[in-house]
Design a binder for this molecule. Structure first.
Ligand SMILES: NC(=O)c1ccc[n+]([C@@H]2O[C@H](COP(=O)([O-])OP(=O)(O)OC[C@H]3O[C@@H](n4cnc5c(N)ncnc54)[C@H](O)[C@@H]3O)[C@@H](O)[C@H]2O)c1
Length: 365
């Protein structure tokens, strides 16, 4: 069994958390603490190698990946090196719609002189040279064109594709067919957190539903201090993120009790620079229980959002490699349902976890 050869699109905070988190496991500072699966398909955290990378930040492009992950505006600083990252340099990606107005001065994108076609040719060469097999997408919210560019590169280079952000690819029938026809697995869209706002909100909503209560109103307000949150100040870029997060909760509420738009608000709400990668989520549920008697609850979650995404992405990558090993293609239904906020098929988290574990065991036979 070989290593998992991963290429990364967007060398930002989420990726820095994934690479540095894996390094912490490698140094045996902790054992399996914080992992949902110690092994998937025989692969442990040590088996991931980041062999190619693409970005547009002028201080990242042209730097070895193992240095680029420490460049501004990346704030993850858990260890001082990541041996799972190649010393090959980060290659230039087409900017397209990747850089929003509020983050341009933080990212400082390169002055782009090459055409999209030239960059496509270079990307394909890099992926082939490095024998990349799994591409993981961490582009900013609102990068529709850039994400489509990279989904097409995955198809052209025979890579599995993991879409960690809310441009709808793995939840769109047309794209799923393309991956199925190409014999390639896909997982997405929009990665959940280990103990994120979405999974916490879903769990509480399910508790209410399971106990026969009716939810009348609910909100989930998220604030943070990194480029992800700065980017989301641009409301036009936010549409699909709101759909993804809102539907993740609505999908657990029985169809006849589905909340009106005016009774549910879920979305990032502000950028507070000094929070860095700390995300604060404020969740409120108002409802009625036995004898129509009202109740409400409020939760405040305070969490490192990058540990949150990395602890889930690490399973998505290993599921994708297991599927490649076994010739499974198209939507990885149960991996997407358990690990992503906006899968093609939504399921309750308990059901999705059980089905995912059965799917893994069957393929491991
Ligand atoms: N818990 C979480 O953090 C979480 C959960 C779900 C989804 N996400 C999503 O994951 C994505 C990544 O989050 P992040 O915190 O790493 O963001 P980030 O802003 O730190 O990183 C984005 C990276 O993409 C690069 N980039 C911008 N345009 C590009 C282009 N055209 N081509 C290649 N690279 C480009 C930027 O230079 C930057 O390095 C975001 O869309 C975020 O919403 C994060």
């Amino acid at each position: 069994m070989g290593k998992i050869r991963v290429g990364v699109i967007g060398v930002g905070n989420c990726f820095a958390g994934l690479a540095q988190g894996i390094e912490i496991y490698k140094r045996k500072e902790i054992q399996k603490l914080g992992l949902m699966h110690e092994k998937i398909g025989g692969y442990s955290t040590d088996d991931l190698e980041f062999v190619s990378a693409f970005d547009v930040g002028e201080n990242k492009v042209g730097k070895p990946l193992n240095e680029a992950i420490f460049q501004d505006p990346n704030y993850v600083n858990w260890v001082d090196s990541a041996s799972n990252c190649t010393s090959r340099t980060v290659k230039e990606s087409p900017i397209l719609d990747g850089v929003g107005v509020y983050v341009a001065s933080m990212i400082n994108p390169i002055k782009q002189t090459k055409t999209e076609k030239e960059l496509e040719k270079e990307a394909i060469e890099e992926i082939e040279t490095t024998r990349t097999r799994v591409l993981i997408n961490y582009l900013p919210v609102g990068s529709q064109k850039a994400v489509e560019f990279w989904a097409n590169i995955a198809l052209k280079t025979g890579c599995a594709f993991i879409n960690c952000m809310p441009v709808f690819i793995a939840s769109t029938e047309g794209w799923l067919k393309k991956f199925k026809n190409a014999g390639l697995p896909i997982v997405g869209d929009d990665v959940k957190g280990v103990i994120g706002a979405t999974i916490t909100h879903r769990t509480l909503a399910k508790l209410c539903v399971d106990r026969g209560a009716v939810i009348d109103r609910t909100y989930q307000i998220n604030v943070g201090g990194n480029t992800d949150f700065a980017n989301m100040l641009e409301r036009e870029r936010l549409e699909s993120k709101k759909i993804s997060k809102t539907e993740a909760v609505q999908s657990l509420i029985p169809a006849n009790q589905r909340l009106d738009d005016k009774d549910i608000y879920i979305g990032p709400s502000d950028f507070i620079p000094f929070l860095g990668n700390t995300k604060l989520a404020f969740i409120r549920i108002e409802g009625r229980m036995f004898a129509n008697v009202p109740f409400n609850m409020e939760i405040r979650l305070d969490v490192d959002d990058k540990a949150n995404s990395a602890g889930v992405a690490i399973d998505a990558i290993r599921c994708a490699q297991l599927a490649l090993d076994k010739g499974v293609s198209g939507n990885l239904t149960f991996a997407s349902a358990y690990l992503m906020k906006h899968p093609f098929i939504q399921m309750g988290d308990e059901e999705a976890r059980e089905k995912l574990d059965n799917w893994i065991s069957e393929l491991e036979q």
